[in-house]
Design a binder for this molecule. Structure first.
Ligand code: FRU
Length: 536
């Protein structure tokens, strides 16, 4: 079979987005030279990462006046976890991010752990001024001194508000708003307005379960119910929950989805996020799904939650996760910064025969950074198919869209990335094992943790058709299988860049219905830099 590849100009969709042109502060001079910026080995080019130092969970995601806010667990003094702050960035399109100064600093009540943010449109808190509704952050205070002293009540919930679009924050003088009831792990509040009962609901993680509270004003909280002590996976402490309703059909019927991250015991080891589908009546969540379900079967999507305040006309449920795993997050081989977020995703709840399935897809704004597209013509293939040389860009920052069909058995179908140093990464479907696999066991630079190298599997059945949308960004791969029915996210750290892509195909009568390779533009090339001290 002839391996012909055609190029064609992609239609560049011009969104009416005008990026502010920023400058790089270099020797105290403002220049447009951004060479070297975000160019370190393994530095993601189209995923969010902090300019420097340690980051973990996404926090306080809220959309307000044309901006998506992304706060995050941040330690500005080191590339390993430490006293937590809330870092901050904003985006107008979920793709290009502007780094902003730290939003919340630790204080006498403790470090600022994970939490959420809402726009208090009805000014229930009374923090609003002159018709400006407050943006309210609800977070966990972690008091390290009380923890050291052997107390168990060292986590409480506090709030802060901003009247200038999240740029400056005032902590509430009467914090904490929710005291610790005597539970060691009591954290990560996610708050939302519950229309039907006209009040705020807070969901938080309490060791091996979820606790729900309600409030008229975000200041006084009343306990409502518990969920989950005997449901779902319990391989580790529960963390970072979320609860939201989603449409299941065109008639507008809805179901409630609860996300719960667990620090260990994920489907492929370590941290992962499970979900439950059911109903929420304003007091209590009841789960309808029997077996444990995972939002992502890879090892590197943790603590993800959804944006609040997304306008109804948009209507999407937008999600982002922390692209790492507590098993090895503090030892991955990046030096200036540690960790990035997943690519922002749209969640879709599908009704299956007797169940529900939460699907994820990369947000459509991804199209904004498609630069060039190379297409492999549709054809039948009988074996592995080498795309080397045909794609005039490195296999380091790209989107791949593949669609295969076969009429009998398929043993292995997917992709392999490799380089001349002998590193290999494979991602493939196996009809024989009815599973999808990411194999990162053949990477040279994985000795930083005994838990990193490995083969990650997800149960999956493809019926004679397999569609893959794959995002590769320097040191991460995200695979969305059959319109997001299965997702796998994995980091990888090869000893050198991958330069070769092979389509893996073994089975009977496999044909390519689509094979497109998009070069993606770096999101950092036009992004204003934070004009304050950057800690090196
Ligand atoms: C999850 C988590 C949260 C906590 C935060 C601390 O990764 O452990 O439960 O609030 O990180 O940084």
């Amino acid at each position: 079979m002839e391996n012909r590849i055609y190029t064609f100009p992609i239609v560049i969709i011009l969104f009416s987005l005008v990026l502010e042109s920023g400058c790089v502060v270099n020797n105290n001079k403002c220049t447009n030279d951004k060479s070297g910026y975000f160019a370190e080995q393994y530095r993601p080019q189209f995923h969010f990462s902090p300019q420097s130092k340690w980051m973990n969970d996404p926090n306080g995601m809220v959309f307000y006046e044309g901006e998506y806010h992304l706060f995050y667990q941040y330690y500005p003094d080191s590339t390993v976890w430490g006293p937590m702050h809330w870092g901050h960035a904003v985006s107008k399109d979920l793709i290009h991010w502007e780094h902003l100064p730290i939003a919340l600093y630790p204080d006498s009540l403790g470090y600022i752990f994970s939490g959420s943010a809402v726009i208090d449109r009805n000014n229930t808190t009374g923090f609003g001024r002159k018709g400006v509704p407050p943006m309210v952050a609800v977070f966990t205070y972690h008091n390290a001194e009380r923890e050291k002293a052997g107390k168990i009540d060292f986590q409480t919930q506090g709030i802060a508000y901003s009247l200038d679009k999240g740029r400056t924050w005032i902590k509430y003088a009467e914090n904490p708003v929710l005291k610790n009831p005597g539970i060691k792990d009591f954290r990560d509040p996610k708050v939302f307005w519950h229309e039907e009962t006209n009040r705020w609901i807070m969901i938080l993680a309490a060791q091996n379960k979820i606790k729900l509270y309600s409030s008229p004003d975000l200041l006084i909280w009343k306990y409502e119910s518990d969920f989950g002590a005997k449901t779902g996976a319990h391989g580790g402490v529960w963390e970072c929950p979320d609860l939201f309703s989603m449409k299941i059909d065109e008639q507008g019927r809805t179901k409630w989805v609860m996300l719960v991250s667990i620090v260990s015991g994920g489907p492929n080891g370590g941290s992962a996020t499970q979900y439950f589908v059911g109903d929420f009546d304003g007091n209590k969540f009841t789960c309808e799904t029997a077996e444990t379900k995972w939002i992502d079967y890879g090892k590197d999507n943790y603590a993800g939650v959804t944006w609040s305040g997304v306008p109804e006309e948009d209507g999407r449920k937008l999600f982002i996760g922390w692209m790492s795993n507590w098993e090895y997050a503090t030892t991955v081989p990046t030096h200036k910064w540690r960790s990035s977020m997943t690519f922002p995703r749209e969640l879709i709840l599908k009704r299956t025969e007797n169940d529900y399935q939460l699907c994820s897809l990369p947000v459509k704004e991804l199209e904004l950074i498609r630069e060039q597209c190379y297409v492999v013509p549709n054809q039948d293939i009988k074996g592995d198919f080498d795309v080397r040389g045909a794609i005039p860009f490195k296999a380091s920052s790209l989107e791949i869209s593949l669609d295969f069909e076969w009429n009998q058995q398929v043993q292995k179908i997917g992709i392999k990335l490799s380089n001349s140093a002998g590193d290999e990464l494979e991602a493939f479907y196996s009809g024989t094992n009815e599973s999808f696999t990411i194999d990162r066991s053949k990477l040279k630079g994985s000795s930083f943790s005994k838990d990193f190298s490995g083969i990650h599997k997800a149960p999956f059945i493809a019926k004679k058709r397999l569609k893959l949308q794959i995002l590769i960004d320097e040191s991460s791969i995200e695979i969305f299988v059959n319109n997001g029915e299965l997702v796998m996210t994995d980091l990888f750290f090869p000893s050198d860049n991958f330069e070769q892509i092979t389509i893996l195909a073994s089975g009977d009568n496999i044909s390519i219905k689509e094979a497109k390779f998009y070069k993606l533009k770096s999101i950092w090339s036009n992004t204003p830099l934070l004009k304050q001290k950057v800690i090196d």
